[in-house]
Design a protein around this ligand. Sequence first.
Ligand code: MN
Length: 319
Amino acid sequence: MITLVDTTLRDGEQSPGVAFTIREKIEIASLLSSIGINEMEAGTPVIGGDEAQAVKEIIALGLPSRILTWNRVLERDIEASLNCGANALYISCPVSDIQIKKKLRKKREWVKERFSKLLPELKKEGLYVACGLEDASRADPSFVLEVSYLLEELGVDRVRICDTVGILTPFKTFELITSIRKNIKAPLEIHTHNDFGLATANALAGIKGGAVYASVTVNGIGERAGNASLEEVVMAIEKIEGVKTGINIRRLKELSLLVSRSSGKPIHPNKPIVGDLVFTHESGIHVDGVIKDPSNYEPFPPEDIGAKRRLIIGKHSKA
Ligand code: MN
């Protein structure tokens, strides 16, 4: 069984120009939970102000979903999360030499020291701790394994493997996850970005490789080209793989519209699953086929996700 981890409110909000209000965040979190998203990242409390307040209020809703907060491997980040009432945390640290050296100006050893210092204390407190290996896709694979081993020994609840700059292909994702899977027992999460348009494909490949959690955002919003899109991953699993996700897919269009409205990011008309043109047919041959039976030209009926079919007249209607 795959668990989708929605990060619309954290990674999604990191999309340039997006800033949800507290009310919008509560509305999105509640809808996510009610359609069956069991895990979500609510934000980064150390930012403070409205960000921390929103996390606090979302946790206080007592939704049946697990609410995680995002933290660097720093005491003050964790303290800010705990002050919001968090009992589930992501502790994230770069593992690529590029980011360890050029961003953190540290050494590999520092990464291991930080995790070794923080994890036992948090586990002693009974917290759920997921560790994020940032930029794992550009890291030395042997160091990714070394850190994963260490985290497992420290009692981590799951390890998130991040393709932070979106440079994996489905084949490479499969290999990466498979190789970690072979060596550690802790559950793995695949976290993908869409810089080459492969985020959804890579998420599916990660799942195939043995990841049991996958990060997604509604409409695929997120840093740069965005993240794997919730609706694409859900529908691919349900309709292509034929596996139930436990998500109420009939409300996907509603969820997509809510996030589009709140983020101020219109949905591209051709956006897979939720775009306005996805169930619109114009050419004569296709319209004829759809009238006879929609399954002639649709992979699944629009009603499945709460959308509608449209037949329109245009240049291609004659043929
Ligand atoms: Mn990310």
